[in-house]
Design a protein. Structure first.
Length: 68
């Protein structure tokens, strides 16, 4: 059952990475700081999660912190 849940989770993350579209934020940037890659925030965050799950030494610890 755990392997099935893990497979479903990985499939969902992979599909989200493949189909991620740029996100446009409304309103002007705050202060003088302008983040060039701001519109790719969701895609980059999903890539971060993917890297933590597959390349981290202890992905179970990351999942426990993610779903607290």
């Amino acid at each position: 059952m755990k392997s099935f849940t893990f497979l479903v989770l990985m499939t969902a993350i992979s599909l989200a990475l493949i189909t991620a579209q740029p996100v446009k934020r409304e309103g002007p940037p705050e202060g003088d700081e302008v983040i060039a890659d701001d519109k790719y925030f969701i895609r980059d965050y999903l890539k971060y999660i993917h890297s933590k799950l597959f390349y981290d030494d202890d992905p179970s610890r990351f999942l426990q912190n993610l779903f607290k």
